[in-house]
Ligand binder design. Structure first.
Ligand SMILES: [Zn+2]
Length: 150
């Protein structure tokens, strides 16, 4: 199944390919302050594929707490669309399906998640295992996530 969505103004778009149904994947509501302020609900599939199409100039990258991921926010409409991590030459993301208005996921009961007890290694390991392999159409944006994580 191919799902697609975009931020409010439409400058940031994402597509998500998965063999699983929304119900099989489940929808997670991270309970951290940032996610709750945005009303974020997230979906990922380690066997799936995400493609993000956006220009670097339209994206604000926000880091907080352990600073291990970039939260991508549209500079124009302020919608948070995805959290992204780069590991070597691989990129992984979790999509905020509420921000992207992927409505087929929004009918499912959210599972509240609390990750606050993780240390940095546990956090990076979880994301590598659970998040979706991701590609950016914009080559410069892609390249900015490659290399050792910092
Ligand atoms: Zn936007």
């Amino acid at each position: 199944m191919l799902h697609s969505g975009h931020c409010h103004c439409g400058r940031l778009t994402a597509s998500f390919e998965t063999q699983k149904t929304p119900r099989e994947l489940g929808v997670r509501a991270c309970q951290c302050e940032f996610c709750r302020r945005h009303g974020a609900v997230n979906v990922s599939d380690p066997a799936g594929k995400v493609v993000i199409n956006a220009a670097e100039a339209d994206i604000a990258r926000y880091r907080f707490a352990l600073r291990t991921a970039d939260f991508l926010i549209c500079k124009h409409c302020g919608v948070y669309i995805a959290a992204v991590i780069g590991e070597g030459d691989q990129i992984f993301s979790t999509l905020n399906v509420a921000g992207l208005r992927m409505n087929e996921f929004l009918e499912i009961e959210e599972q509240p998640m609390r990750y606050g007890a993780e240390d940095e290694n546990a956090r990076v390991d979880r994301r590598r295992l659970k998040w979706t392999p991701t590609r950016f159409i914009d080559a410069a944006l892609s390249a900015s996530f490659f290399g050792p994580h910092q």
